[in-house]
Every structure is written in structure tokens, then in C-alpha cells.
Design a protein around this ligand. Structure first.
Ligand code: ATP
Length: 240
């Protein structure tokens, strides 16, 4: 791999005495989609929060474009080009769809670029264009997920990190949203780190995958290889 866009080295993150991330090292090549699979409580959310600066690590490094960014302010991490789509969407329910998207561009002053990216988001998610003036809190779960992705895209990220975008969505909506994630990656050149419990959907969209168990990486391989792994089939794809 050429120099990765994102790398974590021996990352350790604690909640008080509880070690949630126990020395995680991973690499995300520029232009790729990388997925991190794992059951409930494996540490996936903590990993993303540590990368985005929402939680500090106790040890290790997060390198973005080769520069250490661990334990920086989340605003600074976002300005450097990491867009975090958090678990549970966290859209602003009392603001309109359009206002949520505009807020995603808070760090930017290139008005023409912002207008172009808004059009791109509405092109990918026609539902959001239709509901431009509606309050975000009235959207369906799937539409809120679209809005959360669109809002992160409005920050003009080099890397999007997505926390369980399929959570609570029907298989059909999950396919729709994952297809757009792939288009954003291929058409817009945004590198993607995707955390998922829905292993099948994630392995279909991603290039490379990591499997986490209790705070550690226990397996790493191209997705085509992981899909054929007996352990992955048994524990994550629901068949032996
Ligand atoms: P999920 O899919 O349920 O979000 P996850 O793989 O994202 O799971 P984390 O949420 O990162 O896992 O949790 C990792 C570990 O840290 C778990 O043991 C969890 O109980 C613990 N943990 C998470 N958040 C906190 C917190 N705020 N305080 C204490 N422990 C926490």
C-alpha cells in the first residue's frame, strides 16, 4: 500500500478503568472503502470517536495524511478533512433539511463549492431535495441517515467515517444507502471508513476489512477473502 490516508497505531482508549480499544492498528488507503466489523461492544464506535477527536486516546497514534491528529479538538479534525457520520445520525431535529446541510459546511467559505456540493447531495438523495424545507425531526430513519451522510459530505471531507449507517434500516434502504456510499467514494474521491454490524452489506461495498473483538483487531484481509473465511461466515454472515 502507498502511504495510507489514515492510520492508527497501537491505539488504546479507556472509559475510566475500562479499556474499550486495546491497541488497534489499521490502515485506510486513499480512495478505498475500508470496513470494521464486530459485534456489539467490540469497540467500533469508540474507535471512530477516537479518530474524530470526540474521545481522547491514552496511548498510540492517529495519523491522517501522515500527520498525528490524536487527541485534537473535533473541530480541528473536521477542518483537516475527516467527516464523522455518528451512530444514530444526530441530525438537528428542529432545523430544516437545508439548514442541517448548510451547517455541515460550517468550516468553508467557498460559496460556489458549497452550492455545487449541495446539488451533489440532492442528486444522490432526491428525497432530501423534496424535503428541503421540512424539519429534520420529521424525516424517516432512512432519510435522517441520508441527511447525516449529506451533512458530512458538505464539509468537503477527504475521509468519511460512518458509524453503522444500516442501523434500524430495512434491507432495501440499506442497499440504497450503501450504493450511494460507494458512489460518493468512486465519483467524488472520498475515502471511506465504515463501521458495521451488518457484515454482509459492509463486505459487499468495501475493498478491505478488519474484524474487531473486545477492543482488538482479530482479522484483516481484502473483503473478498473475508467473505470466504469460515470464521467470518460462521460468526458474522450467519452460516457455517
Ligand atoms: P455498538 O455496536 O454497540 O455501538 P461498538 O463495537 O461500537 O458496539 P463501543 O460502543 O465502542 O462498541 O463499546 C466498546 C466497549 O466500551 C464496550 O465494552 C462498552 O460497554 C464500553 N463503553 C462504551 N461507551 C462507554 C461509556 N460511555 N462508558 C463506559 N463504557 C463504555
Amino acid at each position: 500500500m502507498s502511504d495510507p490516508l489514515l492510520e492508527t497505531r497501537n491505539l488504546e482508549t479507556f472509559y475510566g478503568p475500562i479499556m474499550a480499544i486495546a491497541g488497534v492498528s489499521l490502515k485506510v488507503a486513499e480512495g478505498s472503502i475500508v470496513t470494521v466489523l464486530g459485534a456489539n461492544g467490540a469497540g467500533k464506535t469508540t474507535l471512530l470517536k477516537t479518530i474524530s477527536g470526540a474521545i481522547d486516546c491514552r496511548k498510540g497514534q492517529v495519523l491522517f495524511g501522515g500527520e498525528p491528529i490524536q487527541n485534537r479538538d473535533p473541530d480541528e479534525v473536521a477542518r483537516r478533512g475527516i467527516g464523522h457520520v455518528p451512530e444514530g445520525r444526530e441530525v438537528f431535529p428542529f432545523l430544516s433539511v437545508g439548514e442541517n446541510l448548510t451547517l455541515g459546511a460550517w468550516g468553508r467559505s467557498d460559496r460556489a463549492g458549497i452550492a455545487r456540493d449541495l446539488e451533489t447531495v440532492y442528486g444522490y438523495f432526491p428525497d432530501l431535495r423534496t424535503k428541503h424545507r421540512d424539519m429534520a425531526g420529521f424525516l424517516s430513519g432512512g432519510q435522517q441517515q441520508m441527511l447525516a451522510i449529506g451533512r458530512a459530505f458538505m464539509g468537503n471531507p477527504k475521509l468519511m467515517i460512518l458509524d453503522e449507517p444500516s442501523l434500524g434500516l430495512s434491507p432495501l434502504l440499506t442497499r440504497t444507502i450503501f450504493a450511494i456510499i460507494r458512489r460518493i467514494n468512486r465519483e467524488q474521491g472520498v475515502t471511506v471508513l465504515l463501521v458495521e454490524q451488518n457484515a454482509r452489506a459492509a463486505l459487499e461495498v468495501a475493498d478491505h476489512g478488519y474484524v474487531m473483538e473486545v477492543g482488538r483487531v482479530v482479522m484483516e484481509a481484502p473483503c473478498a477473502v473475508l467473505m470466504e473465511s469460515e470464521d467470518v461466515k460462521e460468526f458474522y454472515l450467519g452460516k457455517a
